[in-house]
Structure formats: C-alpha cells, structure tokens
Design a protein around this ligand. Structure first.
Ligand SMILES: O=P(O)(O)O[C@H]1O[C@H](CO)[C@@H](O)[C@H]1O
Ligand SMILES: Nc1nc2[nH]cnc2c(=O)[nH]1
Length: 317
C-alpha cells in the first residue's frame, strides 16, 4: 500500500507520515522542506557512521530499473524510512532504499527509487540526495530513467544517452536551486552548457558498440515535465518542435543539482513507450507498461551501468 490516505502520506512499507512524523510515533522528517548544509551533513554522517563503503559514484535507478542495484556486492541497505530527514518513495517501481556497496570492486551508492515533483515534493527536496552524495564523497552521477520516445526513430526498449536537457519546469520559474544559495555547494549562477559529460557520453557509445547494441542506442535530448499525467498530443507536438527526443518526469533537477556542486553527470533513458502524437492513435501511455518495459530491459541496462562504472574508475575521470 502506498499513496496518500486521509491526508497521510503512506510509504511503500505502509508507514504513514503526517506533519513530518511517522504515525508509529517516530519523527523521520523535519517539518519543512529546507535542507540546510547541516541537515544534509547529518544525513551524510548517518551513512558514513553505518557503512565502510566510501562511494565515488552515485547511481539512481529509474522506474522498473531497480535490478541495477541488485548487482552490488557487500551491500549495506538503508530503507528511506530509516534515514533521518529523508523523504519516502511513493511510486510503484521505486523500492525506496539507499544501497552502499561495490560494483566490480568500485565503491558506489545507489538510490533504488527516486523522488518526483508529482509526489508532492518540491524540486529541491527531490534532488537533495545528490547533495548528500556530494557530502559522502561522490564525484560522478549515473542517473537512469524511464521515458517516452518522442523521436520517431526510437523504438520501445531503446536506450537514449542524454546529451542535453530542456528544463521546461525552469522556464516556469521552478528550479531545485531556487532560494538562498549556499556557496559550500556551488555558485549562485552555475553554467549548464556542459551538463552531461561529453567523455562519458563517448564511453557509453563505445560500450554500446562493444555490446553490439549500436542500433538500439541513441544520443538525445531529454525533458522533464512535472507530471503525473502523461502528455497531450498538442504538448508532444510542441516538445518535438523544441527538439526534445525523450520525455520524462525526473533527472533534470538531479543533474542541475549535481552540476551545481561539481559532480560529473551522466544519464540515460530507457524508452518505455512511444509518445502518441496522432489523435487517431489507439495507444495510451500507462505506468504498468513503463515498469514492465523497464524490468524487461534492466539486465542489459545493468551491464551498461556496470561497464560505465568500471570505465569511470579506470579512467580516474
Ligand atoms: O523518471 P523515472 O523515475 O524513471 O520514472 C518515469 O516513469 C514514471 C511515469 O511512468 C514517471 O515517474 C517518470 O519520471
Ligand atoms: N512525461 C512522461 N514520462 C514518462 N515516463 C515514461 N514514459 C513517459 C512519458 O511518455 N511521458
């Protein structure tokens, strides 16, 4: 059971949360959505006190892609509900736990479940785990997501290596960096023209070629809408004109937050559905299909993530 019931947020474990308190009496959350440096440092310390793993790479598993986390070895697991001041996952396909462990002997931390704006969390709260990653020593982010394929050449199951994004929510004045800027994380006005690391994109394309997947892997432009509804035909036609290839409801605010604090960012989408751009079409996007396609492709994506982790580590980027 998860969702919102009688104004109480219910997490995937059935715990209820109201006014920042878990209804079993434990206080899990602060009462507001401001994540100060001190609060984030406390969360980082919570992890560092409980695991010996000192991660260099942070991974975020998208919808239906939780198996990526299952490749980790010597794992320490922290359900989000056990972490002080941490939000909880309320979406199907997002287990809601932080894992620390090793991928091919490389120390990593992995979010098995992310936070979305449509769950009721402000963007800064959705992306605050990135700052926690920074504080525990992460230098590289690998963000994965499920997305609708707007580029007509994309097929369901294809992989899109994100080469750039369009921050549509930012156009409307909504940005995870809004509010007072803490220069311990980064500058007030961070550049974003090199948001997605070019070297990592090239590595990913090389890996795709080695894996014989060249035809299923593309470089593309991703955008994040607020959700939770999927797009209208007119909205998709507009996004196409803007140059968008893949449409989702995540990742952009995570990457902005990562780049602000100088974490190198890499992201890819699994195309879980084709965006419907014709009124005559009988197809409709639905989350069950999104999660199913993610699950079907997660073993190949896990290999891709694993090879990227090794490459980042070997190249000491
Ligand atoms: O971006 P991830 O978390 O992979 O999930 C995507 O899939 C869900 C919609 O089916 C939305 O949450 C969208 O953002
Ligand atoms: N916004 C959006 N998010 C998605 N996540 C998976 N598919 C889609 C889609 O078609 N649109």
């Amino acid at each position: 059971m998860n969702g919102i019931k009688n104004n109480v947020l219910i997490d995937l474990n059935g715990n209820g949360y109201t006014n920042g308190k878990c209804t079993n009496g434990t206080i899990y959350h602060q009462d507001d959505d401001i994540y100060t440096y001190d609060t984030l440092n406390q969360i980082a310390k919570f992890f560092l006190d409980r695991t010996k793993v000192r991660p260099k790479i942070g991974i975020i598993c998208g919808s239906g892609l939780g198996a990526i986390a299952e490749m980790l070895e010597d794992v320490d697991k922290f359900p989000y509900s056990s972490i002080p001041n941490f939000p909880v996952s309320t979406v199907e396909g997002h287990a809601g736990q932080m894992l620390f462990g090793y991928l091919d002997n490389v120390p990593v931390m992995c979010m098995q479940g992310r936070f979305h704006y449509y769950e009721g969390y402000p963007l800064a709260k959705c992306s605050m785990p990135i700052r926690v990653m920074k504080l525990v020593g992460v230098t590289h982010l690998i963000a994965t997501n499920a997305a609708g394929g707007l580029n007509p050449s994309y097929k369901v199951g294809d992989i899109v290596i994100v080469k750039d994004h369009i921050n549509i929510m930012g156009f409307a004045g909504n940005n995870p960096l809004q509010g007072p800027n803490d220069t311990r994380f980064g500058p007030r006005f961070p550049p974003m023209n090199k948001a997605y690391d070019r070297k990592l994109i090239e590595y990913a394309m090389e890996i795709a070629e080695e894996m014989g997947m060249k035809d299923e892997v593309h470089e593309g432009v991703y955008t994040c809408l607020g959700g939770p509804n999927y797009e209208t035909v007119a909205e998709l036609k507009m996004l196409k004109i803007l140059g968008v290839d893949a449409v989702g409801m995540s990742t952009v605010h995570e990457v902005i937050t990562a780049r602000h604090c100088d974490i190198t960012a890499f992201a890819f989408s699994i195309i879980t559905n084709k965006c419907v751009t014709e009124y005559e079409s009988m197809e409709e996007a639905n989350h069950d299909e999104v999660v199913d396609v993610g699950k079907r492709r997660q073993s190949i994506l896990s290999v891709l993530v694993c090879k990227m982790v090794t490459k980042i580590n070997d190249a000491a980027l």
